[in-house]
Design a protein around this ligand. Structure first.
Ligand code: NAD
Length: 710
């Protein structure tokens, strides 16, 4: 069955509807390209057609882009890729050569290859469907637009705007697309067809469509000075953002620079050459894998039993209005969930309320919220003091975010019991305390779980939903659905010290301290981690988290895994010296008021006391040790069934600690290296302790020549 259906209208216009069978969105794979080829052969031979209208049969989606499953399996072979690319380029070129005017009616998302097809049309009209947006997400998957997008877009809107669109991969809505000139016009969805017909009739008479086509074939005509300025600025902006780690945006700039001042045909050749070296690369494969892992997470209900459905959550309560409680309450309010926020006294409560308002105001500043939305959100907030817990009696879910003290938390749970609805779910935001153990303080442990948000809640995507030994599936699916409603990405984790993310993060943090005590320079450690792709190094991260917090949390996790955890002296010494990190003005580094860290000579004496050796450690050893220690723990987490799928480990780290997505996650990083190589690198460090001992699953994978992802 073809994805494209053709009908001739009364006005003798070919009305083509793109509706890929069995899919929610239209994508462009090899089979669909074959349908296009057939359609074009038909259209090219017909004498009775005066124009072409392209519509989508999918509500809210015009064309989502190339088929990513196919793209993800392209071999790293420029010759194979060149052929695949050429097929799409030919289809678009044939659309561009049809002997009558053409118009694409875009009433939904039009992205990547979809936008490239649309650029082959003489005109693009935008509809009022709120999902309508246009953009090139290719660099997010390590590619560039490869079906003429770089070349046609710069001829339509000019190189600077095209570079911005492609290198940032930000989508534009209908109004902006009109302003830029990508869309000819925009109108209510129900008027699209009528207007498109009018446009075609006018264009056929005026000959405007032929002018439009000519313009797209020509060089853009930049002077040498203009070109050198535009491309130097674009490169500087990309480098500042990617630190040179992502080749795709640079390749897009190269392609546009090489091609924009030449006829379209030559520009397309420059684009193809840039594209074929990116397709099938490790970075692109990893980023495509992350795309699919994200989709899996969005669809995952959190439990294997598909017959368990989430309960309706109409009202929530948040106890504790500190950094986390205020953030959690704010996240619910923004999604219109009525929220009752409680704390010990009016002072603490006011601080929490102020924090909620401040976060919303900063969202307004960056255009992510309107003042009206803020007012509507705040109207759902009620507050109270914990001396009266009775207002919690109509809450479906109560999230506890009080101080990290087990006695305080469990006393609160006991006090809460008489006020809870029988089916209410109680969730703790604890970062270190056992959910299974705290469940002993509640009457219904099946309705108790962890719901671990990350700081700052407003910006962090990840929520760990932690199942204690008695937590029910119903509780898990309800909390997973609630987290998704807040726009978060929940990952279900079985209770264990550190849960998922902190458990895997700690071996890495510990290793940075071990390296420090063996003689490595703090800057060199941070530099190696950043060069690997981490947003900041582990030493800086310690300072940011607070050395007292890191020391406390480290003790909890390290004592649970005492067989392999390496405790460092340095943290305790720094805390004893009152150096708590950024918040106290000094930690590993010294901090000025603007929060910038600088080398601090006072560190040397403390470090000296803790150093067990003084050897030079190169960047390769630093990188290996930081990430291999992390990998061994990640493999154990998976083997123990703490999470249900390797995807959870990799996505947890990408979302929770900013592990570089272009490496695909820690497990996929190991797969990329190859398990044989991983084992041989580990053997070098095994004398340092069990933390570098390959796990049984790793040995098995190596002998089966497989990876964590098969
Ligand atoms: P915080 O100190 O900022 O806030 C704690 C709040 O709880 C304070 O407003 C305090 O007045 C209130 N409180 C104390 N005892 C109370 C009680 N019995 N009833 C009601 N309110 C009470 O702490 P935080 O950073 O928001 O952390 C709260 C929880 O979230 C802790 O369990 C912590 O481990 C966890 N957590 C913190 C972070 C983080 O980065 N701060 C991240 C994830 C999880």
């Amino acid at each position: 069955m073809s994805a494209l259906t053709l009908e001739l209208t009364q006005e003798k216009l070919a009305r083509v509807v793109f509706d890929l069978p069995g899919s929610k969105v239209n994508t462009l794979g090899q089979a669909v390209l074959a349908d296009w080829e057939q359609l074009l052969t038909d259209l090219e031979s017909r004498q009775d057609v005066r124009g072409l209208l392209l519509l989508s049969g999918k509500p809210g989606n015009f064309i989502a882009g190339a088929d990513l499953k196919e793209l993800g399996s392209i071999p790293a072979s420029p010759d194979v890729t060149r052929k695949l690319v050429q097929r799409g380029l030919n289809v678009i070129a044939r659309i561009e050569r049809l002997p009558f005017p053409t118009v694409a009616l875009i009433d939904g998302s039009c992205l990547g290859g979809g936008l490239e097809v649309a650029l082959g049309f003489d005109y693009r009209l935008g509809g009022s469907n709120p999902k309508t947006e246009l953009g090139f997400p290719e660099v997010k998957i390590g590619l560039i637009p490869g079906w003429g997008g770089t070349q046609r877009m710069c001829r339509i809107i000019g190189p600077p705007l095209a570079l911005d669109l492609i290198c940032t991969s930000e989508n534009v809505k209908t109004d902006k697309a009109c302003e830029l000139g990508i869309l000819f016009n925009a109108m209510p969805s129900d008027r699209l067809e009528e207007e498109a017909k009018r446009l075609l009739a006018w264009s056929a008479t005026s000959g405007d469509w032929q002018d439009t086509r000519r313009k797209k074939q020509q060089p853009v005509g930049l002077s040498e000075d203009q070109a050198s300025f535009i491309f130097a600025v674009a490169r500087a902006q990309v480098l500042a953002k990617t630190k040179g780690q992502l080749p795709a945006p640079m390749a897009a700039i190269d392609a546009i620079e090489k091609g924009c001042n030449k006829p379209l045909d030559e520009g397309l050749k420059a684009e193809t050459e840039a594209f074929v070296h990116l397709a099938g690369s490790t970075i692109s494969r990893n980023l495509i894998a992350v795309f699919f892992m994200t989709q899996r997470l969005q669809k995952d209900p959190g439990v294997a039993n598909a017959s368990v459905h989430p309960a309706n959550v109409e009202r929530v309560g948040v106890v504790g209005a500190g950094i986390m409680g205020a953030g959690i309450a704010g996240a619910h309010l923004r999604r219109g969930v009525p929220t009752l926020l409680l704390d010990v006294n009016a002072g603490a409560l006011n601080k929490g309320k102020d924090a909620i308002v401040q976060t919303m105001q900063s969202r307004i500043k960056i255009g992510r919220m309107s003042p009206e939305e803020m007012l509507a959100a705040l109207s759902q907030l009620s507050t109270g003091i914990i001396s009266d817990l009775s207002p919690l009696n109509d809450r479906d879910v109560i999230i506890e975010a009080v101080v990290e003290n087990e006695d305080v938390k469990t006393k609160l749970y006991r006090d809460l019991q008489p006020h809870l609805r029988p089916d209410a779910i109680l969730a703790s935001n604890t970062s270190t305390i056992s959910i299974t153990r705290m469940a002993q303080a509640v009457e219904k442990p099946e309705n108790f779980a962890g719901m671990h948000f990350f700081n700052p809640v407003d910006r962090m995507q990840l929520v760990e939903v932690i199942r204690g030994s008695k937590t029910s599936d119903a509780t898990v699916v309800t909390l997973v659905a609630l987290a998704k409603r807040l726009g978060k990405s929940p990952i279900v984790v079985r209770d264990c010290p550190g849960f998922l993310v902190n458990r895997i993060l700690f071996p890495y943090m510990n290793e940075s301290l071990a390296l420090l005590e063996e003689g490595a320079d703090p800057r060199a450690i941070d530099k190696a981690a950043v060069a690997f792709g981490m947003p900041m190094g582990p030493i800086t991260l310690n300072d940011l988290v607070g050395l007292d917090t890191a020391l406390y949390a480290g003790r909890v996790v390290n004592s649970a895994f005492a067989d392999r955890a390496r405790n460092a002296r340095i943290l305790g010494e720094l805390v004893a010296a009152g150096r708590l990190g950024q918040k106290s003005g000094a930690g590993f580094y010294g901090y000025s008021k603007d929060g910038k860290g600088a080398d601090d000579p006072a560190l040397a004496a403390i470090l000296e006391k803790c150093r067990s050796a003084q050897r030079t450690i190169d960047a390769e050893e630093i990188t290996d040790r930081l990430f291999l220690a992390m990998l061994v723990e990640a493999s154990l987490v998976l083997a123990e069934g703490i999470v249900r799928d390797p995807t959870d480990v990799d996505m947890g780290l990408i979302l929770g600690i900013g592990f570089p997505a272009f490496r695909g996650g820690i497990l996929r990083w190991a797969d990329t290296l190859g398990m044989d190589k991983v084992l041989s690198r580990l053997s070098k460090y095994e004398p340092l302790g069990k933390r570098f001992q390959p796990t049984e699953p790793m040995r098995q994978l190596a002998s089966a020549k497989r990876g964590f992802f098969g």
